[in-house]
Ligand binder design. Structure first.
Ligand code: ATP
Ligand code: MG
Length: 274
């Protein structure tokens, strides 16, 4: 009874911390999972397929298979290009294992008040621990820059708090970043799996084209698609949405031109250093 009351107070005060001072509350659930979601075609670097990660998380959560190590952890670092599928995978994974996803961006938790960021972080971990939800920290680079990069002690203290929380957390943590190279090395060590989602391969582009537009490509159109470098799943989503608004009966030529424009826009951004 007392234990239950204590827990309720902790959850309430955790949400209180998250709401205070403009820091956003834990979003109850992220967006629903992508309608036509499939792991097929994603360009995962590394040798552990995403399907295996899903089953590893499932058995970790139900306790059926745990490795013989001290304090088994299940923490997954998703890195890679914008639109590569990191957030969508986190939502898919939570859905597959029947868990709630508690999702936070750095801006939800980082506060300008000294000491508040650490409290918000601790509250996020506590809530996930008690609810047995999956904790998703998006833009984790904002918390976990290598400590040498920080000039102020309170920034180092955020990193330390996160490392501490990761150490004692017994739930499933997913973190996502576009900037894996800048991450603190002690933090890197604490991730059980480090996965990278890169731009799609030629085969992946065709699969995504098919999935999003269900319209067979002629040989010439397929070559045109192959020739577009640096396409990510997010580009297919964006183009589908764009054309929905501006085209009555869209053609493959319009789809390909729009995909080319997305890739070209990214190229310009990279050149001028966004
Ligand atoms: N496996 C998939 N199947 C179908 N669509 C997908 C898949 N993965 C991603 N998408 C689509 O691509 C969009 C972008 O993916 P997501 O938001 O996961 O990218 P991200 O890697 O988190 O990008 P960012 O680094 O910018 O946050 C999603 O909203 C979804 O529409
Ligand atoms: Mg994302």
């Amino acid at each position: 009874m007392n234990k239950h009351k204590g827990l309720m107070e902790m959850l309430e005060s955790a949400d209180g911390i998250l709401q205070k001072g403009g820091a956003a509350s834990a979003k109850p659930e992220e967006k629903p999972i992508v309608e036509n979601y499939s792991l097929d075609g994603l360009n995962l670097k590394g040798n552990v397929p995403l399907g295996k990660i899903v089953s590893a998380v499932r058995s970790f959560r139900d306790g059926t298979r745990r490795p013989a190590v001290d304090r088994p952890r299940m923490s997954i670092l998703l890195s890679g290009v914008p639109g590569g599928g990191k957030s969508a995978f986190a939502r898919y994974l939570a859905n597959e294992v029947g868990a709630k996803l508690r999702s936070y961006r750095a801006s939800d938790l980082l506060s300008k008040w000294i000491g508040e960021s650490e409290k918000s972080l601790a509250a996020a971990f506590n809530v996930a621990e008690e609810e047995k939800s999956i904790l998703f920290l998006d833009e984790v680079d904002s918390f976990l820059l290598a400590r040498g990069e920080y000039s102020r002690s309170w920034e180092v203290s955020n990193v330390n708090e996160l490392l501490q929380q990761m150490e004692s957390f017994s739930g499933v943590l997913i973190a996502a970043t576009n900037l894996v190279r800048n991450l603190d090395s002690a933090a890197m060590r604490r991730f059980t799996f480090k996965l990278e989602l890169d731009y799609l391969t030629a085969e992946g582009k065709r699969k995504f084209f098919d999935r999003y537009f269900s319209s067979p490509l002629t040989a010439a159109e397929a070559r045109r698609l192959d020739a577009i470098d640096n396409l990510a799943p997010g580009d297919f989503r964006t183009v589908k949405e764009q054309l929905f608004y501006v085209c009555e009966n869209e053609t493959n030529a319009e789809r390909l031109a729009a995909l080319e424009a997305e890739a070209a826009a990214r190229h310009v951004k990279a050149r001028i250093g966004f």
